[in-house]
Design a protein around this ligand. Sequence first.
Ligand SMILES: C[S@@+](CC[C@H](N)C(=O)[O-])C[C@H]1O[C@@H](n2cnc3c(N)ncnc32)[C@H](O)[C@@H]1O
Length: 280
Amino acid sequence: MPSEPAPPIPSFHVNAIPDPSRTTADDPMAALVGILDLQAALPGIRRMRAWGHEVLAVQPGERTLDIGAGTGTEVLELADRVGPDGDAVGVDPNPAMLAIARGRAETADSRARFVEGTAYHLPFPDDYFHAVRCERVYQHLDDPAAATAEITRVLRPGGRVLLIDSDWHTVIAHPGDPEVVARLSKAMLTTTPNPASGRRLRGLLTAAGFAIDDMGSEAVIWNPETARPLFMQMIASAATGGAITEQEGRALLATMEAGIAKGDYHLSVTMFAVLGHRTS
Ligand SMILES: C[S@@+](CC[C@H](N)C(=O)[O-])C[C@H]1O[C@@H](n2cnc3c(N)ncnc32)[C@H](O)[C@@H]1O
């Protein structure tokens, strides 16, 4: 009997490093929002965000901005902190993402507001905000120094900034043939313009004249539900690009699923954060 052709490696058609402007699924927004929501529930992300809000120390009445706000969760948090006399704004270039964030703000009866814009062109006057945060956006930027200059422009003298980002060179995946995993991880670095973003945040702020006040990090450990689509997409695109063979991809998936079934698996990526303030 002829053997059955091997099924294609399944793919969730979501970029390994989520960015709605680069998704390809039939319903990319639903897929992406699902991933962002799963990520937001991870204990590591929650810890990093809680620490970030603590050190950014937003006060009632302040004007605050979240750049690349995504589903808007952190703008809702900022809105709670600034209260009725303050302002909490989320900027994102993706109108569909903005619609989701606005819907969620309305449901939560929040004063958070959302404005279309990019990190390179923030639609606000000079010296306007008391505090700016930007999480997991710099990895998508070709010119992070230009974005940092734009943050400097919209911050008041003395204003605080918190940058948070992943460093995709820190992916740890287990179980699986380490040599295949290494090729897979290397291939994934080509899916975003600034994969080493996490380690560069401090230097960017320093070069822009900010004083550095604190740094944080968290190795975000993904649960199977969250890890599976990322891992499957990594494997599918690495196989398409020739970094691993289809056979290696299928073997890795099977090994990962077996590991998940018996509780012996690990997928993590380290996030770094830098807090600074404008000195002039
Ligand atoms: C990985 S998501 C992170 C969303 C949110 N900050 C979070 O941590 O959940 C990346 C976000 O950056 C936005 N983005 C992509 N390119 C951008 C740019 N040039 N300027 C501002 N935001 C951008 C995307 O639309 C998306 O909402």
